[in-house]
Write a protein that binds this ligand. Structure first.
Ligand SMILES: [Zn+2]
Length: 648
C-alpha cells in the first residue's frame, strides 16, 4: 500500500513537472526544497519539540477546537446537529490549520525512517473531514459563519475586506493538500477543489475584481496548483495578487491590508504583519513558478526594508499592537513589542521562499534567527501554553496562555513545527544545499543521482557539525554548506545590528579530515568534488558569546546590548536574577562563561558573569530568550544597560 502510494505520488509529480515545463518553460534557476517527508530528524534540540507537538499540541488544539465550538460549527452547518454559530467569524481557519499540523505529524519521519502510523489520529481527522465536507454548499461554498443559523447566500462576499472567507479558504487548501499528501485520501482534496472552482467562478479578470482583506488564499491556491497540476489555480492566485492596490478597478483597502498600491510597486513592509508575510510568501510562490521578475524586485525591496529597519534581534516582526502592524523605520520598542507568533512564522515562510528564488544564505540566516528565537518563544516546553505577542522585555506581569479567543497563534505553531525539517535542505541540478544544522538524515534526489546525508550535531549549543555523504553511486556534484552570518561577524544581513567585537575565531571546514578552503559564495561554503560513499564533511563553527548593538536610530536600544551565542539570543529573567533586570548593568567588558544545564528548561546552555547594580557587583545568569516564562511570573529583558548612565 505504502509503495503503491509512493509510486502514485511520483507519477503525479512527474506529470506536474511535465505540465509545469510546458506552461512556463523550465525555470531551472530556482531551487527545490527537499520535502520534509524525505528528511528524518534525530536531534537533541528539535526532536523533543516535534514529539511534544505531535503528542501534546495536536490533540490539545483539536480538544480546544471541540470545546470552543469550532468543530460543531461545521456539524451544525452540515445539518448534523442543531445550533447557532459559536465564536469568531474566521474560526474555521483554526481547525484547518490543526488538520494541516496533524497531517504533517503523520508524515514526519523518525531516524528509523518510519513515519508515525497513528490510526487513531487519522480516524479522528477523517471524522473532522466528514463534518467539514457536510458543511460545503452544493455550489462549493464553504464558510460556517454565513451558513448558520441557516444558509445566507445573500451575505456571501459582501465583506471580503473583513470577513475572511478567502483567508479561511486558503488555510483550507493548505490543510487539504497536506492531509491528502500524508494519507493519499482524496475526500478533503475534492472538497478543496470544489471550493476553489467555486471561488474561481466568482472572482477573476472577467468576473468580480476584489481581494481578501487578509492574504492567505494565494499561498493555498499555489499549493492546490502544485498538487493537482491545474493551472487555473495558479492563475487565480496571480489574479488576487495583481488586483491589490488597483484603485481604478476596485475600492482598495489601504496599507493595513497591503492594498495601497499594486504589489509590483510596493517597496516597504506596511500594515498588519501576518497579512504582509503571507502576501510576500504568496508572491514568492508565484514568482518561482512564473518567473515574474516584477514580483522578485518588489520582494527584494520589501525584504531589505524589513531586515534593515523593522526586524527584531529575535527575528520577530510587527512592532505595534495597534493594527498588529509594522511600525515606522527603526521603531522597535522592547516591552511593547508585539512580535506576534504568527508574524514570526510568516517571516520564516517568506524568507525560505526568498532563498528558493536564488539560493542566497542571507534569507536562511533570517529564518534561523526566527526559529531559534521569536518563533520558539511562542510555545511552552510542555506544548500547551502559548504567546501571542512576544515582547523583548517584561515587567513580570506577562506569561503564556493556554488559549486565546483569536487562536491563530496556537494553530499556526502546530502546523509550522512539524514542517521545519522541510527547511533544512535544498537542491538544484547537481548542487545540494545544507541550510540548517539539525541532526538526522535526508535523501536528496539530484539531477542524476540520489544522495543520502547524515548529519550529527549538538547545534545550537555546539557549532560542530559532521555530515556523512552517501551517494547512491560515486559522482561529481557540489555540496553547499551554509556558513551562518553570525559565524561571519554579521548578525543580520544589514547594518541594523552588529557585534560589538569581531570574533577572531575562524570557521573551519574539512573533508575526510583534510582542511578545505571555505570558498564562500552567497553565504555557502561550496565543495565540488567526486563524492564517494562514506565521505565526511566536518564543519566547526566557533560559538563565542557575542554582544550585539543596534543601529543608533533604534532609540529603545540606546546604551544597551544584547547577548547572542550561535543562533540563540539570550535574556535575563528575574527568577535567575533576583536583584532585578531592568536596571541591571552589564558592561561590554564583563566576562561571561557558558554552563550546560541538562536539568534546566529542557536542557540549555546558560551564560553567567558579573553585572552591576548601584554600588554592588552581582552575579548575572542569562538563559535563551525562547525559554523564558516557564518558572512563574518574572521580569525579563533582552537588551541590557551597558553602563549606569546609559540607556533610557
Ligand atoms: Zn497569531
Amino acid at each position: 500500500m505504502g509503495k503503491f502510494r509512493l509510486l502514485r505520488k511520483h507519477l503525479f509529480a512527474i506529470a506536474i513537472i511535465g505540465l509545469f515545463v510546458a506552461v512556463t518553460g523550465c525555470q531551472s534557476d530556482k531551487l527545490t526544497a527537499v520535502p520534509f517527508t524525505d528528511v528524518t530528524v534525530g536531534d537533541e534540540f528539535w526532536t523533543p519539540r516535534m514529539e511534544t507537538n505531535r503528542k501534546v499540541t495536536v490533540p490539545y488544539d483539536f480538544k480546544k477546537c471541540e470545546e470552543t465550538g469550532r468543530i460543531d460549527n461545521f456539524a451544525k452547518a452540515g445539518g448534523l446537529m442543531e445550533g447557532k454559530f459559536e465564536g469568531i467569524y474566521f474560526n474555521d481557519s483554526d481547525l484547518y490549520k490543526v488538520v494541516e499540523g496533524a497531517a504533517y505529524s503523520l508524515s514526519v519521519r523518525t531516524p528509523q525512517e518510519k513515519s508515525h502510523p497513528d490510526p487513531e489520529l487519522e480516524k479522528y481527522v477523517d471524522g473532522v473531514i466528514e463534518k467539514i465536507a457536510a458543511a460545503q454548499w452544493e455550489d462549493g461554498y464553504l464558510y460556517t459563519f454565513y451558513s448558520l443559523p441557516g444558509r445566507q447566500p445573500e451575505k456571501r462576499w459582501t465583506d471580503v475586506r473583513n470577513k475572511h472567507e478567502l483567508y479561511c479558504a486558503g488555510h483550507f487548501f493548505e490543510g487539504a493538500v497536506a492531509y491528502y499528501q500524508a494519507t493519499g485520501k482524496r475526500k478533503i482534496l475534492d472538497v478543496a477543489i470544489r471550493l476553489a472552482d467555486y471561488i474561481g467562478s466568482v472572482f477573476g479578470p472577467d468576473k468580480r475584481h476584489d481581494v481578501s482583506g487578509h492574504e492567505e488564499i494565494e499561498i493555498g491556491l499555489v499549493k492546490l496548483y502544485r498538487v493537482t497540476g491545474n493551472e487555473k489555480y495558479l492563475k487565480l492566485a496571480k489574479f488576487f495578487l495583481d488586483e491589490r492596490g488597483q484603485s481604478e478597478r476596485r475600492e482598495i483597502y489601504g496599507e493595513y491590508c497591503q492594498d495601497h498600491k499594486p504589489v509590483v510597486e510596493q517597496d516597504a513592509a506596511v500594515g498588519h504583519a501576518v497579512r504582509a508575510g503571507y502576501l510576500y510568501s504568496g508572491m514568492a510562490d508565484v514568482a518561482a513558478l512564473t518567473g515574474d521578475t516584477g514580483y522578485v524586485e518588489a520582494l527584494e525591496r520589501i525584504w531589505w526594508d524589513v531586515v534593515s529597519k523593522k526586524l527584531y534581534i529575535t527575528g520577530g516582526v510587527g512592532a505595534r499592537r495597534g493594527g498588529e502592524s509594522f511600525g515606522e523605520d527603526y521603531e522597535l520598542p522592547n516591552k511593547t513589542a508585539y512580535c506576534e507568533t504568527c508574524a514570526a512564522i510568516a517571516n520564516a515562510m517568506w524568507n525560505h521562499r526568498m532563498f528558493l528564488l536564488g539560493g542566497e544564505a542571507k534569507y536562511i540566516d533570517v529564518l534561523e534567527r526566527v526559529i531559534y528565537n521569536g518563533f520558539l518563544s511562542g510555545i511552552s516546553l510542555s506544548g500547551d501554553e502559548f504567546f501571542y505577542p512576544n515582547p523583548l522585555a517584561s515587567d513580570g506581569k506577562y506569561q503564556r496562555s493556554p488559549w486565546f479567543g483569536c487562536a491563530c497563534c496556537p494553530t499556526n505553531i502546530v502546523r509550522f513545527m512539524p514542517s521545519l525539517p522541510g527547511y533544512a535542505y535544498a537542491q538544484q541540478g547537481d548542487v545540494l544545499y545544507v541550510n540548517l544544522f539539525i541532526g538526522g538524515s535526508a535523501t536528496v534526489k539530484m539531477a542524476d543521482n540520489t544522495v543520502r546525508l547524515e548529519q550529527e550535531t549538538r547545534y545550537p549549543w555546539d557549532g560542530d557539525v559532521e555530515i556523512t555523504v552517501e551517494p547512491k553511486r560515486s559522482g561529481e556534484f557540489t555540496i553547499c554548506v551554509r556558513i551562518p552570518g553570525w559565524a561571519r561577524n554579521e548578525p543580520v544581513p544589514s547594518d541594523l545590528y552588529r557585534f560589538l567585537n569581531e570574533s577572531s575565531e575562524k570557521v573551519t571546514l574539512k573533508v575526510n579530515g583534510e582542511s578545505v578552503d571555505l570558498n564562500i559564495d552567497k553565504g555557502f561554503a561550496s565543495i565540488s568534488r567526486r563524492w564517494e560513499k562514506g565521505d565526511i564533511i566536518e564543519l566547526a563553527l566557533p560559538m563565542p558569546i557575542r554582544r550585539v548593538v543596534s543601529h543608533p536610530n533604534v532609540k529603545d536600544n540606546t546604551g544597551r546590548t544584547a547577548i547572542q551565542r550561535g543562533p540563540v539570543v539570550y535574556c535575563l529573567e528575574g527568577v535567575d536574577n533576583p536583584q532585578g533586570v531592568a536596571k541591571l548593568v552589564l558592561p561590554p567588558e564583563a566576562q561571561l562563561h557558558t554552563e550546560y544545564r541538562g536539568d534546566l528548561l529542557g536542557g540549555i546552555v546558560t551564560l553567567k558573569g558579573q553585572g552591576e547594580i548601584p554600588q554592588k557587583s552581582v552575579e548575572v545568569v542569562a538563559i535563551p530568550y525562547y525559554a523564558w516564562s516557564h518558572r512563574g511570573k518574572s521580569e525579563m529583558a533582552v537588551w541590557l544597560l551597558r553602563s549606569a548612565e546609559g540607556g533610557n
